[in-house]
Design a protein around this ligand. Structure first.
Ligand SMILES: [Zn+2]
Length: 463
């Protein structure tokens, strides 16, 4: 074979080898690349990830733009359009993932957190679960739709937002300044999870609602003095009493459409049959608290779904052991049910603490919106149910209220139905999001990306 042809052949083969084949390979390539782009927030530097996404999108003929307030912290938006039938096209589908990650302390990890090392069958790295696996899957699906030339009945938008982990400045800026670019009928976001139960049912938890972070500061005030002379108005004592009263108090039980459906669905599984007799008791104000306490004793995660939760987490008081301070403060991580207001919470806490020497105030910072749960009857929710059940004979699909907050609530507040999509299995039954040695297996990533492709085409492709 002539040398030149041989060289051409080799370079053609090499180029082909660099092209990921299929959804799973493509998602894996994107995930590895994204993990290696350090977007620790703070400071974020999400523009690096946004530039990468833009380069991949444009290399595949997808138009994309970077938008935002700060040059180092841009959001990425790409859109596949419904084409010539757009006059009667349905409203868009939005795919969201955030590009920032929480910090990782390398000394706590067994591999460098931004290496995307492959070991023991897993891809390791900060963001492998939260949220770069979803971002990689969404990008892979968008590219697949484009390469297969899928005819769309609605636009499909991909949004990679900055600053989800620290301030939600990405999504709030976009809502204020670029709403038409992300406006959609419904959206898929983080917040869902697939779990295997003991009875071998696989629970696909679609997040339709979330608890609202409602941090409060308790401040005890008294008179400073010598430690040798005990004082009845010692603020350390008043504060300690207030914290104990608050943490020991039973918060009222309230169900919403999501949690009611969730509990009744999982109570049908053998692992949760013990819940069955509790369901009616939870609905009756006379028996709800006792039933919730029984549930709490067996399953703290379910308990947190029934009521507002209270976790005192930080304390500040005193300068020296022999000086009584005139002030002591505690920060409390409160996660309230979306159907309660901050004012209701604060006035209830005031009654529980019942001490004029201890003041309750909201902690400065973001105040996330509380919204109704997203509907269980949209085309997208129905399509997800169908896709998950078709892919997996043991699938049980349930709406779910997450304890943790996502940026989905800002979009729900704008009237968009937002679903935390349970693409990936919680491997080994554990979540390492925000933890050490965060990881995902390529099989899990591939399976989840294929589920996403099916759900997206079910609602966005022309029949
Ligand atoms: Zn996240």
């Amino acid at each position: 074979m002539p040398r030149l042809i041989l060289l051409l052949l080799i370079s053609a083969l090499a180029a082909q080898a660099q092209q990921p084949n299929g959804l799973g390979d493509r998602a894996r390539r994107y995930l590895v690349d994204l993990i290696r782009i350090d977007t620790t927030n703070p400071p974020g530097n999400e523009t690096r990830a946004a530039n990468y996404l833009k380069q991949v999108a444009e290399a595949n003929g997808i138009t994309a733009e970077l938008l935002g307030e700060k040059p180092a912290r841009l959001n990425f938006v790409a859109r596949l359009t419904a084409g010539s039938q757009s006059a009667d096209a349905a409203r868009p589908l939005l795919l969201i993932a955030h590009s920032d990650v929480v910090p990782a302390d390398p000394s706590q990890w067994t591999v460098p957190p931004f290496s995307a090392a492959f070991r023991d069958g897993f891809i390791y790295g900060r963001g492998a679960q939260d949220d770069k696996s979803l971002l990689a899957a969404e990008l892979a699906v968008l590219v697949e739709l484009k390469l297969r030339n899928v005819r769309l009945k609605r636009d499909v938008i991909l949004l990679s937002e900055c600053d989800e982990e620290a301030g939600s400045t990405g999504i709030t800026w976009l809502i204020r300044n670029a709403w038409p670019k992300i406006q959609a009928e419904f959206a898929l976001n983080e917040g869902g999870a697939a779990l295997d139960t003991k009875s071998r049912a696989r629970l696909y938890q679609v997040q339709t609602s979330e608890k609202i972070p409602t941090r409060v500061v308790l401040t005890g005030k008294g008179t400073a003095g010598h430690g040798s002379l005990p004082r009845p108005d010692n603020p350390v004592v008043h504060l300690a009493r207030a914290i104990t009263r608050l943490a020991d108090a039973s918060q009222p039980v309230q169900l919403n459409t999501t949690t009611r459906r969730y509990l009744s669905e999982i109570a049908k599984l053998p692992d949760y049959q013990w819940l069955q007799p509790m369901l009616a008791k939870l609905e009756n104000p006379a028996t709800a608290l006792a039933a919730a306490d029984q549930i709490a004793a067996r399953d703290p995660e379910l308990n947190a779904m029934l009521r507002t939760s209270v976790s005192p987490t930080m304390l500040t008081a005193g300068m020296k052991v022999n000086v009584i301070p005139n002030q002591a403060a505690a920060q409390v991580d409160v996660r309230r049910l979306p159907n309660e207001t901050r004012q209701e919470i604060e006035s209830r806490f005031r009654n529980i603490i019942n001490d004029p020497a201890v003041a309750i105030a909201p902690e400065a910072g973001q105040d996330m919106p509380a919204t109704e749960p997203s509907s269980l009857t949209t085309d997208l929710y129905v399509a997800m149910e169908k896709v998950f059940k078709q892919a997996d004979a043991n699938a049980v699909v349930v709406p779910f209220m997450s304890r943790g907050a996502t940026d989905g609530s800002y979009l729900r507040q704008k009237g968009m139905a937002v679903y935390g999509v349970p693409l990936f299995l919680r491997e080994g039954g554990e979540s390492r999001a925000h933890g050490n040695d965060e990881r995902i297996s390529p099989e899990n990533l591939k399976h989840g990306t294929e589920l996403l492709y099916k759900a997206v085409t079910a609602v966005a492709a022309q029949p």
